[in-house]
Every structure is written in structure tokens, then in C-alpha cells.
Design a protein around this ligand. Structure first.
Ligand SMILES: NC(=O)c1ccc[n+]([C@@H]2O[C@H](COP(=O)([O-])OP(=O)(O)OC[C@H]3O[C@@H](n4cnc5c(N)ncnc54)[C@H](OP(=O)(O)O)[C@@H]3O)[C@@H](O)[C@H]2O)c1
Length: 321
């Protein structure tokens, strides 16, 4: 079965995306910053349901039973959950990784390689979203936001695409489109490590970055967040150009305000404003966004790369006057 890396699966949207792919029978590769009690049970049930409709389920669920996501060493070499059936369909793999730490990201991929796991899709969903007025936004807070929301996406993209240590570019000046970009990670249509992509056929491997409608219309006290999401949208287009020759599609989904428990009581005026602005008259559901991500990773989206797809219930179509 195909396998997908989903960051931030402990959060509201990440979990919905994980559930969507689990329901489709995909193997889930989940780098988490901290242990998540109950997550393995929840996703395991979805995987088992999918397997009941055709295919066995393998799980390594030490991270989700309230147990620790272990680290092998002080540097945080990710994930100590051992399993023999890494290639089993519908498996669940947990890794420990703080995405603000480049060494954790490298260790996560090292550990994946060590366990013989390869990914067909990467969903960059994890993000910081804290509010900070300009008056209080110092260099450290700015850097923290950019480290998780932008730098981690770039580092994960390089590793996923097999670009680490690769030479040359896809600009046509280094051997022509497709040649310079091939680097050390195989040729068009192959996955890093050389094995042909097994899930996607001509649709290739796929990266989906979760941006936000704030990339275009920032909210108050969210300058660092809005800037990070605008950067992500443009990074998506640039990466699509360079990874196209490797048959890796790179797209972006920009959610509007996503419904979550207690949002209405925490922020009634914001919810009301959003409903009024949205053509559909409602907030976005996490499942709406998960469905768009699922589509972009599917063969049906095989000709789509470098786009930013808003999932905002039509808020972006509201008149600006
Ligand atoms: N909610 C909305 O209305 C909305 C609207 C537009 C766009 N979005 C975007 O949708 C995505 C998901 O949002 P959400 O509402 O589901 O957020 P959330 O519930 O706050 O989840 C954020 C996730 O990111 C993870 N994360 C943060 N920093 C990390 C780090 N240093 N290392 C590893 N993981 C880290 C969190 O892990 P921990 O559990 O360890 O904290 C959590 O799993 C984000 O990209 C967000 O910008 C959300």
C-alpha cells in the first residue's frame, strides 16, 4: 500500500488528514513532537476498517497508548518503535521529531530508511499559529514561527525528494530539464532510494503543504504567521518547478477558519463574521480540507502541480466592499 508522511497529526486538521488516508488504506508515517495517548487506537480502528474492506493491517502503536515516543539518544534520533512488517499494508508508524530542530528531521528520515519505510506522499501540516502583536514580536519569536512553518517544510521536502547531497538544478543550465535535477535520487518516475513509486503510477509522488487564507488576507496580531503562510505558497510553486522533472507534484491547500470544539464559545464574534463572509454560510470542517489533500495526492490530480487550492467555504469570493 502507498505510504504518507503527515506532520502535526496530533492536531485537529492533521488528525482528520490521517483519518482520511487511513480510510483509504494508506500506511501512515507520523512524526510527532510528543507522545499522543489514544491516537494509535483511533487511527488503528480506521485502518482496520479499511483493511476489512481489503488488506491486512500492521501497527506499531507504542506512541499512542499513552506510552512514550522513545528517543534512542540525546540528539533525538527519532523513533524507537521496532517492527518487522514495515512494508505491511495499512501500517502505522510513529516517530519522535521536533520539527523546529533540523537534526530531528534528519534523524526521522534516517530512522525511516533504517526501518525500510518509503513514503509516496508528504503532507506538511504542522505549524505554529500563536498570536503576537508587532510590539511584542521579537527576533526569537519570529524565528520560531519560521523554523516550524517554513524551514521544516523545506528540509522535509529535500529529504522526501532525495535532494540531500544532490548536485545540479532543474533550471536548464545544468544538463537540461530532468537531468540536472536527477541528482543522486533516481530518475523521473522513481522514488528516492530507487524503488519505483508503487501507488501513484503516472501521477507520481506528491507533496501537499497546508497554508492558510491568511497568506492573502492577514489577521490582526498574525504578521509572522501570515508571512510564513505567504512564503509557503510561493515555496510551493518554486518547489513544483524544481521537482516536476522528478515526477513529484507539489501543491498547497489554504484552509479558511476550521471548526473545532469550543471555537464558538471562545470566539463567537469571529465565527459569526466568518459565517457572514463565507458563500456557504459556514465554517470549514477539517474533513473538507482532508478531502482536498486526499484529492491532490490522488491520480485524479495527476496533472496538477504548483497550485494553491483554497478550502474556505467561499470566504475568498466575498466582495471586498
Ligand atoms: N485551524 C484553522 O482554522 C486553520 C486555518 C487555516 C490554516 N490552518 C493550518 O492548518 C494546519 C493545522 O492546523 P490545526 O488547526 O490543526 O493546528 P493545531 O491543532 O494547533 O495542530 C498543530 C500541529 O502542529 C504540531 N507542531 C507544532 N509545532 C511543532 C514542532 N515544533 N514539531 C512538531 N510538530 C509541531 C503540533 O504538535 P503538538 O501537538 O506537539 O503541539 C500539532 O500537531 C496548520 O498548518 C495551520 O496553519 C489552520
Amino acid at each position: 500500500m502507498p505510504a504518507v508522511i503527515i506532520t502535526g497529526a496530533s492536531g485537529g486538521l492533521g488528525k482528520a488528514i490521517a483519518r482520511r488516508f487511513a480510510a483509504g488504506g494508506w500506511t501512515l508515517i507520523l512524526p510527532l513532537r510528543r507522545e499522543m495517548g489514544g491516537l494509535a487506537e483511533e487511527l488503528g480502528e480506521v485502518l482496520e476498517g479499511a483493511a476489512g474492506r481489503g488488506g491486512a493491517v500492521g501497527r506499531d502503536d507504542a506512541a499512542g497508548r499513552g506510552g512514550a515516543v522513545e528517543r534512542d539518544d540525546a540528539a533525538g534520533r527519532g523513533g524507537a518503535v521496532e517492527r518487522d512488517d514495515a512494508a505491511a499494508p495499512g501500517a502505522l508508524h510513529f516517530f519522535q521529531a521536533d520539527l523546529s530542530r533540523p537534526e530531528d528531521i534528519e534523524n526521522f528520515f534516517d530512522e525511516m530508511r533504517r526501518r525500510g519505510i518509503q513514503a509516496d506522499a508528504l503532507i506538511n501540516n504542522a505549524a505554529l499559529q500563536n498570536l503576537q502583536p508587532l510590539t511584542e514580536l521579537d527576533a526569537a519569536q519570529w524565528d520560531r514561527m519560521m523554523a516550524v512553518n517554513v524551514r521544516a517544510v523545506h528540509l522535509l521536502t529535500r529529504l522526501f525528494a532525495g535532494l540531500e547531497g544532490a548536485q545540479g538544478g532543474a533550471d536548464g543550465n545544468s544538463g537540461g530539464r530532468g537531468e540536472g535535477a536527477a541528482g543522486n535520487a533516481g530518475v523521473r518516475g522513481e522514488r528516492a532510494g530507487g524503488a519505483p513509486g508503487k501507488c501513484c503510477g503516472s501521477a507520481g509522488r506528491s507533496i501537499v503543504n497546508i497554508a492558510s487564507i491568511e497568506a492573502r488576507r492577514p489577521a490582526v496580531n498574525h504578521s509572522h504567521y501570515a508571512a510564513s503562510k505567504a512564503a509557503l505558497v510561493q515555496y510551493t510553486r518554486a518547489a513544483a518547478l524544481e521537482l516536476g522533472p522528478r515526477n513529484i507534484r507539489v501543491n498547497c491547500v489554504s484552509p479558511g477558519l476550521i471548526s473545532r470544539p469550543a471555537l464558538e464559545t471562545d470566539w463567537p464574534d469571529g465565527v459569526e463574521r466568518y459565517r457572514k463572509a463565507a458563500a456557504l454560510g459556514r465554517l470549514v470542517e477539517a474533513s473538507d480540507v482532508a478531502g482536498a489533500v486526499w484529492f491532490l495526492c490522488s491520480p485524479a490530480a495527476g496533472g496538477i502541480t504548483g497550485v494553491n487550492l483554497p478550502v474556505d467555504c467561499g470566504a475568498g469570493a466575498s466582495p471586498g466592499y
